[in-house]
Design a protein around this ligand. Structure first.
Ligand code: 0O2
Length: 211
C-alpha cells in the first residue's frame, strides 16, 4: 500500500493511515518501557543498585519517516517502513555504569517475547567521531484486537557520560550540518575520550563499594 498520492505528496487521508500504523509502534514502545521499568525496579530491590538512571522514548514523525524513505531511495509504503526503517520507534536507556548497559541488554534479550534482531556496539568500537552507545534493534509482538503484529524498536543504551557527550555533540554539530572544521572535530573526539575515561573511573569506584 502506497502512502503518497499521485502528485507525490502525502494526502491527509494517507497521513492518517500512517498515524494508525504508528499507533502499533507506540504499543511496542509501551511494552518495552514497562519491561525496562520492571528490570530497573526489581534489580534495585534485589541488589540495592538500580542499573537504569533514566528512560526516554520517541516516535518518529510521519513526515520524517517519509523523508528517510526518500533519502534511502525506497518506495513510500507501509511495507517499506516495516522492513527498512528500524528507528520509527526509539527508546533511550541511560545507565550509571558501562557494565549496567550490557547487563540490562542481556536481561532484556533473555525474555521469551523479545527478539534482538541486530546489535551495534559503538562502546566496544566507537564511531570515528567518538560516539559511544550500544544500539539494539528489538522485535516485540503487540497483541491487537484481531491480530498480533511484530514491531521493531531501536533501543539506544549508554552511560550518563556517553549521553552527555551525545546530546551536546548533536547540538554543536547541528550548526555545521556535518561539516565541522577538523580542529573542532578533534576537540569533540578528545571530549569523547575524556567521557570514556570518566566512565572507567566511576565504574572502578562503584566496584570498590560493591559488597
Ligand atoms: P535521531 O534524530 O536521533 O533519530 P540508520 O538510522 O539505521 O539508517 P545508521 O547510521 O545505521 O543509520 O544508524 P546508527 O548508527 O545505529 O545510528 C542511529 C541513531 O544513533 C541516530 O539517529 C542518532 O540518534 C544516534 N547516533 C548515531 N551516531 C551518532 C553521533 O555521531 N552522534 C550523536 N549525537 N548521535 C548519533 P538519527 O536518525 O541520526 O537521528
Amino acid at each position: 500500500m502506497t502512502v503518497l498520492d499521485d502528485i507525490g505528496q502525502p494526502s491527509p487521508a494517507l497521513l492518517r493511515e500512517l498515524r494508525g500504523e504508528l499507533m502499533v509502534y507506540k504499543f511496542g514502545v509501551d511494552e518495552l518501557m514497562t519491561k525496562l521499568r520492571i528490570l530497573s525496579e526489581e534489580f534495585d530491590f534485589a541488589h540495592q543498585h538500580d542499573p537504569i538512571e533514566h528512560l526516554t522514548s520517541r516516535l518518529k514523525q510521519p513526515r520524517a519517516i517519509l523523508d528517510k524513505l526518500r533519502r534511502k531511495g525506497l518506495e513510500p509504503s507501509i511495507d517499506a517502513i516495516r522492513e527498512h526503517i528500524e528507528d520509527v520507534a526509539g527508546i533511550r536507556v541511560v545507565c550509571p555504569f558501562v557494565p549496567d548497559v550490557y547487563m540490562v541488554a542481556r536481561m532484556l534479550g533473555q525474555q521469551d517475547d523479545v527478539e534482538i534482531v541486530r546489535t551495534k556496539d559503538y562502546i566496544a568500537t566507537p564511531k570515528p567521531n567518538g560516539y559511544r552507545s550500544l544500539h539494539l534493534i528489538a522485535r516485540i509482538p503487540v497483541f491487537l484486537s484481531d491480530r498480533v503484529e511484530k514491531v521493531k524498536v531501536e533501543i539506544q543504551m549508554r552511560t550518563i557520560a556517553m549521553d552527555f557527550w551525545a546530546a551536546v555533540e548533536h547540538k554543536l554539530f547541528y550548526k555545521y550540518a556535518g561539516e565541522a572544521p577538523e580542529d573542532f572535530a578533534a576537540e569533540l573526539r578528545a571530549a569523547a575520550a575524556t567521557a570514556a575515561d570518566l566512565d572507567g573511573r566511576m565504574t572502578a569506584l562503584h566496584q570498590r563499594i560493591q559488597p
